[in-house]
Design a protein around this ligand. Structure first.
Ligand code: APR
Length: 236
């Protein structure tokens, strides 16, 4: 087996203490998507949106990567071919777990964007509607995350990777948001084996050739061990 392309969702960060979106106590049970994750909501009430992302940025900054994040980094280092990680997550736990060149298709909490001139810079811990863009001076700064109704980032690169995948694995995603939910069809059409690893069946489980259900810190770690062997003992 050659190139592996992995898509991750909020479920891989759940055991690091970060909430998912659609589980029982998920973010969308406590916040209105329209109010905090759409351009219209940001235009209506930028303070509410900044407060929402400031809280998530601070929570994500103190969350530790878990065994699943570390296992994927080991796979990237130990696999005989490319291992590409595409994530819907805006946290930096893949990188904290040692992964490289992670493709953040929904942006990152660590990034700030000027809605007026398109300038990008590292986000401060706390953002506010009063922040001015360092380049154009406009009071139009926003988190550099992709909201509903906006085009995800890096789609051309992602489609190229899917076209060349021998194995596509989706980890911790409910398959309810496109285009990510359609990646399994793209990979399958390109002849890839497809594997879903999540806590419970997703909206697109039917599209996968193989499924391993359970918590990512067990299922992903076992899958990586099947591919490249167990993690070396802590003292070894
Ligand atoms: N291990 C593995 N999977 C888990 C775990 C766990 N410990 N806990 C939850 N899951 C699974 C759930 O079963 C579910 O399939 O993670 C998935 C979480 O689904 P969502 O909350 O919908 O998150 P996600 O699929 O990443 O959402 C996609 O929607 O709101 C937008 O932009 C947001 O990137 C997000 C996108």
């Amino acid at each position: 087996m050659g190139k592996i392309v992995i898509l991750t969702g909020a479920g891989i960060s759940a055991e690091s203490g970060l909430g998912t979106f659609r589980d029982a106590d998920g973010l969308w049970a406590r916040h209105s998507i329209e109010d905090v994750a759409t351009p219209e909501g940001f235009a209506r009430n930028p303070s509410l949106v900044h407060d929402f992302y400031n809280a998530r940025r601070q929570q994500a900054a103190s969350a530790p990567p878990n065994a699943a994040h570390r296992a994927l980094a080991r796979l990237q280092a130990g696999w005989r071919n490319d291992v590409v990680i595409v994530t819907q997550n805006v946290d930096a736990l893949h990188e904290a777990g040692g992964a490289r060149d992670v493709i953040h298709m929904h942006g990152t909490l660590a990034g700030a964007l000027c809605a007026a001139c398109g300038h990008r810079w590292p986000a401060p811990d706390t953002m506010s509607p009063d922040d001015l863009c360092p380049r154009c001076g406009g009071a139009s700064t926003r988190p550099d995350v992709v909201w509903f109704g906006e085009m995800p980032y890096h789609m051309d690169r992602i489609m190229d990777h899917l076209a060349g995948a021998d194995l596509f694995a989706a980890i911790g995603t409910s398959g309810q948001v496109y285009p990510a939910a359609g990646f399994v069809q793209e990979a399958s059409a390109a002849g890839a084996h497809t594997l879903e690893m999540t806590l419970e069946a997703s909206d697109v489980s039917f599209g996968f050739a193989e499924s391993r259900l359970g918590p990512a810190t067990r299922v992903v770690v076992d899958w990586v061990a099947d591919l490249i062997g167990d993690e070396p003992a802590a003292d070894g």
